[in-house]
Design a protein around this ligand. Structure first.
Ligand code: HEC
Ligand code: HEC
Ligand code: HEC
Ligand code: HEC
Ligand code: HEC
Length: 463
């Protein structure tokens, strides 16, 4: 642990009057120490370990973030200002230790990223995007426990804004997970997507907040102090799609968690209508587990695509989405490519990858699951389909694979070209294969049914 030397007790006692209230027991961490996640590890070792491998801890270390911000500051002559650091290094910004994020190396590591004290001192949410969170600044750690044992460490209090049962907890997460750029482009929309989904229900028994899915609970003590009861420990690893690209704590564990979340995310179906001299192949995808669209968040950076290979007698007769390791996917010479992502365009209508250039976007996403019955107002068909035409031979086998990269390699190439990013980072970008949606179609494995896209009979797997 980094904090080998604890401040001597006398020093802590001097700091006490800063924080202590009359009716609360004396806290033992100084205001200074509360800012340091490592100071939480003595009593909350598991929360600390989970958080330190998370993208929240990595948010200001991420070399791609640093490179994009540096380039953005240069290309806008500094007009970008604190736009990026307001979410990626919010504590450092509010302490006045950075203004534009180009000097993050000079900020002590424990104040970079989305830190414990940032989330846990929020006492008001003053908007819907671009991190409008207000911090109390009173040293009181707020969480979803309504009867904390107040056994040292710090002052603490129940907060509905943190409690997964309260819809406002989704606003706490969501108002950082929704970005409107200085040009007014709504570039990341995870919160808005969730708001429009059936998971945002007025009925508390139907409602599923971000925490419900992203902070799964288990029975455990939440503080390693004498007399601490068993409660619900909320996991702080929060795996998504991104992983650390440079050496970072818990990197292997975090990557395994990402894979575990991605595997069941999408259900796929392959339907084939064999024809003399070819076949028509329909592929259906449905969002099974995400409480918003897929991909979400940094959709313009994500690359999620369908790899489809049709064979006859062992020979490939058709393929789409076959991408070599290290090959960018967006500009593949493949007219049938089914890429789920978002294309940004600049003011001149040219494809643009960088936040500050993008004037409009065209997203291609899977919608969130729906509870609205077909035919009713607001119904969005969750089965999204595409048709592929195989011309030549009639395939006897079709293999489907869904593949995902957190970041398009062509985006990184742009950053390497301008000298903002080390080429080694590009090589560290993983390609995840989603095990739950891998399928092999053969006539023997298929059943005859009417397809949703063309409404005609076809041989389908897996149903
Ligand atoms: C000396 C021990 C100690 C240290 C150090 C410590 N805590 Fe705690 N913390 C506790 C105890 C005890 C509880 C209450 C546990 C219970 O009631 O089961 C608690 C509860 C919490 C809660 C829940 C409050 C609620 O009502 O929901 C949060 C949030 C929290 N701590 C955050 C932190 C953070 C962040 C740090 C580091 C800056 C930290 N703690 C450091 C002892 C400590
Ligand atoms: C991105 C925001 C965020 C960050 C960063 C964060 N937490 Fe939390 N934490 C939460 C939320 C939200 C809850 C309450 C979940 C609920 O009750 O639904 C929580 C709950 C807790 C609790 C109460 C016990 C539990 O599991 O519910 C403790 C203790 C805690 N966090 C400690 C920490 C520590 C220590 C760190 C840093 C090492 C940290 N948190 C970083 C959001 C955060
Ligand atoms: C019903 C469960 C569920 C709810 C509710 C939910 N999510 Fe997700 N989320 C998922 C799953 C599943 C994934 C995809 C697997 C993964 O990336 O880990 C995901 C992915 C993500 C990602 C990465 C997305 C990407 O493609 O880049 C982010 C960021 C995220 N969620 C944030 C949120 C926020 C913020 C909220 C609340 C406003 C929320 N989620 C609500 C289940 C949920
Ligand atoms: C202060 C702003 C902020 C708050 C509040 C916040 N996040 Fe995040 N979150 C971020 C940033 C920034 C990243 C991305 C860091 C990176 O990849 O460089 C991130 C990453 C994530 C990821 C991983 C996404 C991926 O693709 O890997 C998930 C999941 C996530 N957050 C969920 C949550 C949940 C759930 C909450 C509420 C408990 C929350 N966040 C609150 C800023 C925030
Ligand atoms: C409103 C908060 C917010 C602002 C402002 C913001 N980000 Fe982020 N950023 C996030 C969140 C949340 C994620 C995680 C989203 C996800 O994983 O889907 C993220 C992820 C990222 C990532 C890593 C994931 C990826 O694949 O794209 C990079 C790089 C990044 N942001 C760069 C930037 C830069 C550069 C800026 C300024 C031009 C910026 N961000 C402004 C919240 C923000």
């Amino acid at each position: 642990m980094r904090r080998a030397a604890r401040a001597p007790l006398t020093l802590l006692l001097i700091a006490l009057p800063l924080l202590a209230c009359d009716d609360e027991p004396a806290p033992v961490l100084s205001a200074e120490e509360l800012l340091d996640p490592a100071a939480c590890a003595d009593c909350h070792p598991t929360h600390y370990r989970e958080w330190r491998g998370s993208m929240h801890a990595y948010a200001a270390e991420d070399p791609v973030f640093r490179a994009m911000n540096a380039r953005g500051q240069r290309e806008t002559d500094g007009a970008l200002g604190d736009f990026c650091v307001q979410c990626h290094a919010p504590m450092a910004l509010r302490l006045g230790l950075t203004t534009d994020g180009t000097d993050l190396d000079g900020v002590p590591p424990h104040l970079r990223g989305v830190t414990c004290v940032f989330c846990h001192t929020v006492d008001a949410i003053e908007g819907t995007h671009n991190n409008p969170l207000r911090l109390a600044g009173d040293g009181v750690m707020r969480g979803g426990v309504d009867d904390p044992i107040q056994a040292g460490g710090h002052a603490m209090a129940y907060s509905p804004l943190h409690d997964r049962h309260d819809p406002r907890s989704a606003a706490l997460c969501g108002s950082c997970h929704d970005i409107v750029t200085p040009r007014g482009v709504h570039l990341e929309r995870t919160y808005t997507e969730w708001l429009d989904s059936p998971f945002n229900s007025d009925d508390p028994t139907q409602r599923t907040t971000c925490n419900d899915c992203h902070m799964p609970g288990r029975r455990a003590r939440i503080a390693e102090v004498d007399g601490a009861p068993i409660r619900r420990h909320h996991d702080h690893s929060m795996p998504g799609v991104d992983v650390a690209l440079t050496p970072f704590p818990e990197a292997d564990a975090q990557r395994a968690l990402v894979q575990r979340e991605l595997d069941p995310m999408i259900v796929a179906e392959v339907c084939v209508v064999p024809r003399a001299g070819g076949a028509e192949v329909e592929v259906y995808l449905e969002n099974l587990t995400a409480g918003h669209s897929i991909p979400s968040g940094a959709t313009h950076d994500r690359r999620l695509w369908v790899e489809l290979v049709a064979r006859a007698g062992g020979e490939t007769v058709y393929s789409s989405g076959v991408v070599a390791d290290g090959e960018p996917v967006r500009y593949l010479p493949d007219p049938d490519l089914w890429l789920l992502s978002e294309t940004g365009y600049d003011a001149e209508g040219e494809v643009a990858h960088m936040f500050w250039e993008i004037a409009r976007t065209e997203p291609v996403q899977l919608p969130s699951p729906t509870l609205v019955p077909p035919g009713s107002p607001g119904y969005v068909n969750p089965h999204v389909g595409r048709r592929y035409l195989v011309i030549g031979e009639t395939p006897d086998r079709v293999d489907l694979r869904l593949r995902m990269r957190p970041m398009g390699l062509e985006v990184l190439d742009g950053l390497v070209e301008t000298g903002d990013l080390a080429p080694a980072v590009r090589a560290a970008i993983p390609t995840f294969d989603l095990a739950g949606s891998a399928l092999t179609w053969t006539l023997d494995a298929a059943t005859l049914r009417v397809t949703p896209l063309a409404g005609r009979e076809a041989w389908c797997v897996p149903r």
